[in-house]
Design a protein around this ligand. Structure first.
Ligand code: ATP
Ligand code: MG
Length: 561
């Protein structure tokens, strides 16, 4: 369960619930996370989940997980499974309260008959295009369907025959009879049922008519005794319709809907349709590609559930739409990992160093702290010998004024080991440095000198003899523009893709203890960033993903403001 103690931002829904409880309108808070199993959950859903599950927990109530599975053509079991896995990973649990709108198909069908009998629903023969055409526009009333005044008997007969499969797909619908000139278009005789021969992931081929989301959603909440139906602002205009159904059906306990602003993130798309396009076009490797804003993607990238929950708490719940900086999400992760991630050493761009005054064939074990700030992380033993690797970027033959790392005749500290002075280097035919030579000061074992001198810079290293090979994947934002939907005419969001969102480094060298790394563990590679093992790892070559850099881009952004 989510931790207490995280600073809770303002949340107007919390105030509403508090009042409902204080004034006795509600005895037990029941919320739900309603989701269509037509894609993987993303960071926006994490916000909704934090609100739905978080408020229920805060007030001692419960939160249901409900799949609004009314559209069999887009829904799949794979999505159901991934959604459950992701919510649990985030730290929430629905217990026995797992529901499917498809469990209510029978009840919804009965209620449709009830509305027909009340003269409040009718079977309509207009095609989908015609229904759209008759609907009118915001400033223009709609036109009544010529089938609107069928008798109750005829409607009952036709609706039953729709259910029995006597009519082709799309040839008829059941519609609510409300008001074709209602200012709210959702109230203009909306479709309740359509004919669709598609195998449903749970009900199989039992039904060939399916309720619309709008007809199923509010009643599903009512059936489950939801007290606070919390959703995003785009459903505000649907609320009068949900209320109309519930008011016109024999339902006693009515749910109340409250809308909050969706989460938007810079450099990110959060629409399942667009995320699906990225997957289907092979632009990313799957829903869990570490560049995806999905929970599965963040997990694979090395995000922790705490970081995501803290982020969701921190952005708060408001009525006005806004866009949150992607850098802020990264900062929440950095915050978390800085406290938690054990330290290791890894060299991404290896450059060999031969330590000329270290005896050939000998080595020693250095005891290194797994987290210098917290002794409870313990220590590990790392071998040191005549031959090590440092990062290519930590050496320059002819360093400019502000470069304080290794250069000929200069001394640096090798992290946790010795002071090293560069005594020479070798180049290849293209004058590229391929190896450097140096000597250590044996009196500086452990990385400090008894004479008090201290090099300006500490660099990391790995021992050449026993280090392990690895592939390292560096990720950057998937889109070049803050708003990926900001496109030139005739183009779509894909025209804003960042061609450098993934950089793969091969031949990286890791200290041997990383052999034991497990999926889900995140390490700080000293001076480099935070990394986690990827599922593509093989015994001969481990693959690590960069979760986030060490660099504090967020602090820089804040300073600029
Ligand atoms: P689509 O993007 O295709 O419209 P959706 O993300 O709205 O789909 P659902 O599975 O129905 O799909 O969403 C589940 C819940 O998550 C809904 O209650 C919805 O309001 C909420 N939700 C969806 N996107 C966001 C978001 N960006 N921020 C906060 N909540 C969201
Ligand atoms: Mg939606």
């Amino acid at each position: 369960m989510a931790e207490e103690g995280v600073k809770k931002s303002s949340n107007f829904i919390r105030e509403i619930i508090k009042k409902d409880l204080e004034e006795g309108r509600v005895k037990e808070v029941v919320t739900r996370f309603p989701t269509e199993p037509n894609g993987y959950l993303h960071i926006g859903h994490a916000k909704a989940i934090t609100i739905d599950f978080g408020l229920a927990k805060e007030f001692g109530g419960r939160c249901h997980l409900r799949f609004d599975d009314t559209n069999p053509s887009k829904e799949e079991q794979e999505y159901v499974d991934s959604i459950m896995e992701d919510i649990r990973w985030l730290g929430w649990e629905w217990g026995s309260h797992l529901y499917f709108a498809s469990d209510y198909f029978e009840k919804l069908y009965e209620w449709a008959i009830y509305l027909i009998k009340q003269g409040k629903a009718f079977v309509c023969d207009l095609s989908a295009d015609e229904v759209r055409e008759y609907r009118g526009a915001l400033t223009q009333p709609g036109k009544e369907s010529p089938f609107r005044n069928r008798s109750v008997e005829e409607n009952l007969n036709l609706f039953e025959r729709m259910k029995n499969g006597e009519f082709p797909d799309g040839s008829k619908t059941l519609r609510a009879k409300i008001n074709m000139s209602h200012p709210n278009i959702n109230m203009r005789d909306p479709v309740m049922y359509r004919i669709l021969r598609a195998t449903h992931h749970r009900t199989g081929d039992k039904w060939c008519i399916y309720p619309t989301y709008d007809y199923a959603h509010g009643q599903s909440d009512a059936i489950e005794g939801i007290t606070h139906s919390i959703c995003t602002l785009e459903f505000e205009d649907h609320r009068p319709l949900y209320d109309w159904f519930v008011d016109n059906l024999p339902i006693e306990k009515k749910p109340h809907q409250y809308e909050f602003a969706r989460l938007n993130l810079t450099y990110t798309v959060l629409s399942k349709r667009k995320l699906l396009a990225l997957v289907q076009k092979g632009i990313v490797s799957g829903w869990d590609d570490p560049r995806m804003p999905t929970i599965a993607g963040f997990r694979r990238r090395g995000f922790t559930p705490e970081a995501i929950r803290n982020f969701c708490e921190a952005v708060g719940v408001a009525k006005a739409n806004s866009t949150v900086d992607l850098a802020f999400l990264e900062e929440c992760l950095r915050d978390e990992l800085n406290k938690k991630a054990p330290r290791r050493m890894a060299v991404l761009k290896p450059l060999k160093v031969t330590i000329e005054n270290y005896p050939e064939g000998e080595s020693e074990e250095l005891e290194i702290s797994n987290n210098p700030e917290d002794p409870s992380y313990g220590t590990r033993k790392v071998k040191f010998s005549r031959s090590i690797y440092i990062d290519r970027d930590d050496f320059m033959v002819d360093p400019p004024p502000k470069f304080f790392r290794l250069a000929p005749q200069r001394e640096v500290r090798l992290r946790n080991a010795y002071y090293l002075t560069c005594t020479g280097y070798k180049t290849d035919e293209k004058s590229e440095v391929i190896e450097i030579m140096g000597k250590i000061d044996p009196a500086t074992k452990g990385g400090w000198s008894p004479d008090g001198r201290s090099p300006k810079v500490t660099i990391h290293w790995v021992n050449a003899e026993d280090c392990i090979e690895s592939e390292i994947r560096l990720y950057d934002r998937l889109f070049l523009k803050e708003n990926p939907d900001d496109v030139e005419e005739g183009k779509d969001f894909l025209s804003n893709l960042n061609p450098d969102s993934l950089k793969v480094l091969k031949g990286c060298k890791l200290e041997p203890s990383l052999k034991d790394a497990k999926l889900g563990e995140v390490y700080q590679f000293e001076r480099v960033g935070y990394f986690t093992l990827d599922k593509d790892s093989k015994k001969e070559c481990l693959v690590f993903n960069r979760a986030v850099t060490l660099k504090d881009t967020w602090a820089k952004i804040q300073k600029k403001r």
